[in-house]
Design a protein around this ligand. Structure first.
Ligand code: GLP
Length: 242
């Protein structure tokens, strides 16, 4: 299902409302969370919404999609830092209830296995929030990642490193690898909300619209899922058929 709004602000408010509704219906929900510029206003609206009450977020558990390999949690561009700044600290979520892949783990394979297993042990994700890369990646599942994969370490494509270079002092500082939830884990979420805003997402959103499930376009895996909402602003929807 597509939801198309005029502005990014309306997209963010709608998405925040979807998350708040899920938390209201199930206060101990397990949420899959995303990072990236698209999510900053979404989390800002969600914090506002939850601070108004009466929804209680204190019993939530969260699992983020991904983390850079080799960035300490205190690094300002680590996704752990991003989440603290934009959501966790502002909601006062307890550290033991929020999870990100451990990009500093010595035994990365074991850390990847444990991450997928801990989601399943809690009964799976009630709702997975997703952004999308300009090359169609979800989480850091880059083009041609097998849809059957669970959490794994992946090299980042040149395009993804270029796109994310804007957040770093120098683009050469963008890590070369990341740890990401796999597409198989993502597809096990009961509900998925993918958000894309701005003109730079228009081309990939049109490709996704026309694509069958195809490992060359990771987000096309979502076509195999029965409960996906794609939330766009006018700019990101500009190349969809009218
Ligand atoms: C990063 C994240 C993705 C995110 C994507 C889009 O690479 N790993 O999870 O969806 O970027 O980011 P933005 O919202 O900044 O365009």
């Amino acid at each position: 299902m597509y939801k198309i709004f005029d502005t990014q602000d309306e997209v963010s408010r709608y998405t925040a409302e979807r998350l708040a509704a899920r938390i209201e219906a199930k206060p101990d929900a397990v949420l899959g969370l995303a990072t990236g510029g698209t999510m900053e206003p979404v989390y800002a609206r969600l914090v506002e919404r939850l601070q108004q009450g009466p929804v209680d977020a204190s019993r939530l558990t969260t699992f983020n999609l991904d983390e850079y390999v080799g960035l300490a949690p205190t690094h300002t561009q680590s996704y752990r830092h991003f989440m603290g700044q934009h959501l966790f600290d502002r909601l006062g979520l307890p550290g033991e209830k929020v999870h990100l892949p451990d990009g500093m783990a010595e035994d990365r394979d074991a850390a990847c296995r444990a991450y997928s297993e801990s989601i399943r042990a809690l009964g799976g994700l009630d709702l997975q929030l997703l952004g999308i890369g300009t090359n169609g990646h979800i989480g850091f599942n880059e083009p041609h990642t097998r849809f059957s994969r669970r959490t794994h370490v992946t090299p980042l494509s040149a395009q993804t490193r270029r796109d994310n270079g804007r957040f770093f002092r120098d683009p050469s500082e963008v890590p070369t690898h990341a740890m990401t939830l796999g597409i198989r884990d993502i597809l096990e979420a009961r509900e998925i909300v993918l958000v894309a805003t701005g003109a730079k997402k228009a081309r990939i959103m049109a490709e996704l619209y026309h694509s069958d499930p195809d490992e060359a376009l990771p987000a096309s895996a979502l076509k195999q899922h029965p409960n996906v909402t794609i939330v766009l602003d006018r700019e990101a929807a500009a190349l969809l058929p009218g």
